[in-house]
Ligand binder design. Sequence first.
Ligand code: DP6
Length: 356
Amino acid sequence: MKPSPGMDAVSVIHEYTRIACLQTTWYHRPMATSSALAHPNIAFIKYWGNRDNGLRLPMNGSISMNLDGLFTRTTVSFQPSLPFDELIINGREVTGAALDRVAYLLDIIRGMADIHERAEVLTENNFPSGTGIASSASAFAALALAGSKAAGLDLNERELSRLARRGSGSASRSIPGGFVEWAMGTSDEDSFAFSIASPDHWRLADCIAIVSASHKQTGSTEGHALALTSPLQAARVADGPRRLEICRNAILNRDFELFASIVELDSDMMHAVMMTSTPALHYWKPASLGVMNAVRQWRGAGLPVCYTVDAGPNVHVMCPESEIQTVETKLRAIDGVSDVLVARAGGAAKIVTNGE
Ligand code: DP6
């Protein structure tokens, strides 16, 4: 049928509109946004020292438990209009080393997804950071998950754990749920974490005695690089497989006595390495030691408790959930303990929607 002059005009307008729409879509692609939530974790067998600092391949395997109730929530949006990556932590724009570290992981994600847009990263922690409650673990686990999703990738748990590891070693353990082991592996491909037991396998709680909420002086990354300056690190690493096996079995058999002895030994061994490094790293405060001594006494008197301390002064006191109230009350009565946070075994990192 021969088009009438009126119809032609409409077709022409339609065609212009279609081209304009295509161009708009090309230049203003819809924002790719995704949000994720991840828990920090407390290590029972600690990661201290890397074989490869760039890839964060550890000198020994480690075991941890995710901490429910404490979390980092992160939203990543890749935006064509952004000239640089932006990082906003708890409502404040952050630049410098923290932004560089986030941009480093985003670069890996961009490389995997073959995209070039810069990203806005909004992140919130509901717990104090830099105090030995590993905020980098939940931060980089949430960033790996939200960032890869926003970039259009659909990574499995193993791939996510490997990706999170590149941002912070302990973050590899905040991807799977519950009680988690990070196998040191031999390369980037096989150094990842996996669940050894679900959160409800063993009703354990972490009562975190806060003795200082100020930012620690030497971050873990610098600390890992010093590990081999301690003459004790080689012995600590050589004995690693034995401690891993005991800890894994204690968790699987819910054997608190065995668990307590290996967890305290492992924490003390790591701090022995830290204290004998050059320069020496002393993370404990007098009150940290006060808590550790008290915990040992309580256990001697029959209370199932044990302590472990990360790269900070606060003391993580582990006990069965049934003992939380007793332990919390006792901890609060110790000189120098300003607060006690209680966390049970937590789940895996997950994608969240606006309401969550
Ligand atoms: C003492 O994972 O924080 O908490 O890889 O440099 O980010 P980076 O280090 P990080 O080290 C954690 C050290 C630790 C022990 C542990 O969590 O296993």
